[in-house]
Design a protein around this ligand. Sequence first.
Ligand code: AKG
Ligand code: FE2
Length: 339
Amino acid sequence: MNSTETTSTEMSSMATLPTQAAAPLTVPTVAFGRFRDGSAAERQAIAARIVAAGETYGFFYLSDNGVARTQVDAAFDAARAFFALPLADRMACRAGEKRQNRGYQPMFDTQQRAEATPDGKESFDMGFPFSADDPGVVAGLPFHGRNTWPDLPGFRDTIEGLYTRLLATGHDVLRAMALGLGADPELFARQCQRPSTNMRLVHYPPQDQIAGRTDKGAGAHTDRGLITLLLNDNEAGLEVQSLDGTWIAVPPQQDALIVNVGQLMTRWTNGRLRSAVHRVINASGRERYSIPQFHHPDYHAVVDPRDLPLTKEPAFDAVVAGDFVAKGFGADRASWKTP
Ligand SMILES: O=C(O)CCC(=O)C(=O)O
Ligand SMILES: [Fe+2]
């Protein structure tokens, strides 16, 4: 029935209904299991839901994602053990080379904009296990260093295991995005074979411990890569900006990953998928830990909106993925600044 068919009786009964508060906005949840083992129609339907969430929110929860709870719990235990080490031991894990997104980054290393206060967080990063004789490592290419590891029993196995697991999950999400966008499903994933993808353990002290320096755990920013897969340890604090500018809380959902779109994906899809602005404010009074994995293509991959079916004139030039991202990090991370 359309509105002109509404009778006057219905109008008056509608008018007497108690007014309902608008439901708070939440980012959608996509159940992913049938993308791996479902029919072609199920795969297509999941791909369409992911693209719709990427267009509207730039964020979604991914449930039934195949990542085992025990593996996630072990990684958070490892993270807690790392950040409990004496500062000297954490500092011993700083990356030998700059511009790597590897090793320990102390509190306040990142400043999202020149006029902003720094991020109230410390982190430990590791990335793709390039060998010492990899040409990129030998040439000192950004993202191509070696991982550094703390002297903690089981830490390396646990963290490498989660990195490998999430890398595979992320590739499936990239396949779903390509499929949902009407492209070859392998378009993105085949250009992430020796990727600049890093995984980060992050520790946000309670807000009152950082209050002298900053008011945010992570200031408003967009991620730079293709997609980010995010795990967190049951603490709220993440917020994403909606299309109308309001902040939507993205609290953890048991057993769901949070996935968000990064700048390279926005460029590749000619603006169709949103890299939404988000921030972290750890107001609970407790320590907060999270584990994002930032999916990037291979360093030399060319990100060109003309690779996908175009619905409007390309709004972005083609860029070399690694050069584009390295330039961005150079602007806002102390550990990326070149002398
Ligand atoms: O810790 C979180 O929940 C989000 C972290 C984040 O946005 C980032 O590290 O880019
Ligand atoms: Fe982020």
